[in-house]
Write a protein that binds this ligand. Structure first.
Ligand SMILES: Nc1ncnc2c1ncn2[C@@H]1O[C@H](COP(=O)(O)OP(=O)(O)O)[C@@H](O)[C@H]1O
Ligand SMILES: [Mg+2]
Length: 304
């Protein structure tokens, strides 16, 4: 099961809101990051069949998603941005209505299942309008999940939640990522770090990064910092001869190296320490945050 976007574009008037975007998302959670107005929601609305692409194609499970067909739509669960809900309806009534839209054969069981899954039981008797933001998001997730779709498109599902609600909703999303294709848009970096195995970054309609989370971090500004700590003195000129070392500060048995992010020098460095009998105590690369990488990429200091 996968979603494949090929050269997808959407133009509003003269604006290319989504510009030649291609990616493939399989089972697991793919983070879809970008500043406001980048084109995340527009892309998701095209995937879910609510907005017709101007050009390019979307394939869902190997078949074209446009023109839309009911069979494919039923494979997708969608939580739109701002989570539109019928506030007059009671939770059970609303989920019953959605189960009806999907023509589920056993609506009662389906409702029980999602109520349990997203933790709606404590508030089940209430009208949607009376719910807190966190519970409204649970109702939104419940409607997206009621037909147990293999694909989940979640457009900023955690925006505006308090820290407790946040961790609960994230837990549900994490669970879903174990077996489903989940595309998760967000601008919260910790969320991406906590949940996603892969990150797409879109900026001004263009895809500027498509990386495993670890790689994104190491791409920051092209340089990483490596710390070395040994029992005996480190020979600075030997360190500086290693390919990829841009600068180094060697101080007796300690060294701090600025290294080209594309070079992985740690195995070479470790071998050098052994060969030279320096007594390796510590070899550590500084973590860069996804937030740093995101800012660097969207401000175009580095290119994809
Ligand atoms: N229906 C529309 N008509 C005109 N412009 C739109 C429409 N929908 C979105 N846009 C524009 O497209 C760009 C991308 O919007 P959107 O996909 O909502 O961004 P994001 O979800 O990343 O914040 C924005 O500049 C937005 O104003
Ligand atoms: Mg949006």
């Amino acid at each position: 099961m996968e979603i494949v976007l090929d050269k997808l574009s959407k133009t509003f008037g003269t604006q290319r809101a989504v510009d030649d975007v291609s990616f493939t998302a399989g089972v697991g959670i793919t983070g879809f990051l970008g500043p406001n107005g980048a084109g995340k929601s527009t892309t998701m609305r095209m995937i879910t069949g609510f907005l017709e692409p101007t050009s390019g194609s979307i394939q869902i499970d190997g078949k074209p998603a446009w023109p839309t067909n009911p069979e494919q739509r039923s494979m997708i669960g969608y939580l739109p941005e701002h989570n539109p809900l019928y506030t007059q309806m009671f939770i059970r009534e609303y989920l019953g209505f959605i189960a009806g839209v999907h023509k589920l054969k056993q609506p009662k069981q389906a409702i029980e299942r999602v109520v349990e899954l997203v933790g709606l039981a404590p508030e089940l008797g209430k009208q949607i309008g009376a719910l807190s933001k966190g519970y409204r998001q649970r109702v939104g997730l419940a409607q997206a999940l009621i037909h147990d779709p293999p694909i989940l498109i979640l457009d900023e599902p955690t925006s505006g939640l308090d820290p407790n609600q946040l961790s609960e909703i994230r837990e549900v999303i994490r669970k879903m990522g174990e077996s489903k294709v989940v595309l998760l848009s967000t601008h919260i970096m910790q969320e991406v770090q906590a949940l996603c195995k892969r990150v797409l970054i879109i900026n001004k309609g263009k895809l500027v990064a498509d990386d495993p989370i670890e790689r994104l971090q190491s791409r920051l500004a092209g340089e990483v910092i490596v710390h070395l700590n040994c029992q005996r003195s480190i020979n600075a000129s030997m360190i500086n001869q290693i390919k990829g070392v841009e600068r180094s500060v060697v101080n007796g048995n300690r060294a701090r190296l600025s290294v080209n992010a594309k070079a992985e020098i740690r195995p070479i460095l470790a071998q050098l320490c052994i060969d030279q009998n320096w007594g390796l105590l510590e070899l550590r690369q500084e973590e860069t945050s996804v937030e740093d990488a995101f800012q660097a990429i969207t401000q175009q200091r580095i290119t994809a």
